[in-house]
Write a protein that binds this ligand. Structure first.
Ligand SMILES: C[S@@+](CC[C@H](N)C(=O)[O-])C[C@H]1O[C@@H](n2cnc3c(N)ncnc32)[C@H](O)[C@@H]1O
Length: 229
């Protein structure tokens, strides 16, 4: 289990994240929206714009993205090792389903979901357990579905600064997109090219277009990798 436990951040999670990125002048909501916008694109590409996939969010914490994700999905389930974070998630999103995680096995049956995400979670998992963590995500996704990892990009100096300033990132072992794609291959997934994002501190459409063009370069603050099951 990751240390320190995220139980301690149940109520302060938002403030702690905001403090660690305050130097950028940006709000946490900006980062959440950028991630959800990219997930919207990936869901549309993967399942068709008119279809709403069933989603499992692994390591969902207090469920900060879940209100934004709600219109994009047919159903949303979440799991986490932090039982207290899940208590808050349940209270704030009664329409979603949350199950306590207890060990490395996900508390869901094989092939239960169209897509499983892990957003800024793998860097809190001990590296020897990384492949098994991704393999478990693959197990609970149906054939033809998608496993999606979103992670901090260690090649971005501002990302490193925000990780260094964040108390719950004390245990973080950052992985770059090449390593994330390798993990997917080892877990039996077919990884798509990584998409780096959050290059510009604006959600302006032109900035997003430029970001999409250069998303193969490890420039943005974070990246997303899709693995096909
Ligand atoms: C930085 S938080 C990210 C929370 C959420 N995904 C988000 O983006 O706001 C990392 C979360 O991963 C959870 N976590 C770490 N290792 C895990 C594991 N092996 N299985 C499930 N959750 C885990 C932690 O408890 C914590 O809630």
């Amino acid at each position: 289990m990751s240390e320190p436990s995220f139980d301690a951040y149940r109520n302060s999670y938002d403030d702690v994240v905001q403090d660690s990125i305050a130097f950028s002048g940006l709000k946490h909501d900006f980062f959440l929206t950028a991630k959800v916008d990219l997930l919207r694109e990936v869901f549309a590409e993967s399942f068709g714009a008119e279809n709403k996939p069933s989603l499992l969010d692994v390591g969902c914490g207090v469920g900060k993205m879940h209100s934004l994700l709600k219109p994009l999905v047919g159903s949303l389930s979440g799991t986490d090792l932090s039982t207290q974070s899940l208590e808050r998630a349940r209270a704030e999103h009664p329409w979603a389903e949350y199950r306590d995680g207890v060990d490395s096995k996900l508390p869901f049956a094989d092939a239960s979901f169209d897509v499983a995400t892990a957003v800024c979670v793998v860097h809190h998992v001990p590296p020897p357990a990384w492949t098994e963590f991704v393999r478990e995500m693959r197990r609970v996704v149906r054939p033809g579905g998608r496993v999606i990892l979103i992670e901090h990009n260690p090649w971005n100096p501002l990302t490193r600064l925000s990780v260094a300033r964040c108390p719950f990132d004390d245990d973080a072992v950052l992985l770059d997109s090449r390593r994330a794609r390798r993990l997917m291959l080892d877990a039996g997934l077919t990884p798509e090219p990584a998409r780096h994002f959050l290059v510009f501190p604006t959600g302006h459409r032109l900035g997003r277009k430029v970001e999409a063009k250069i998303s193969g370069l490890p420039v943005g603050a974070q990246y997303l990798v899709v693995g096909r099951v």
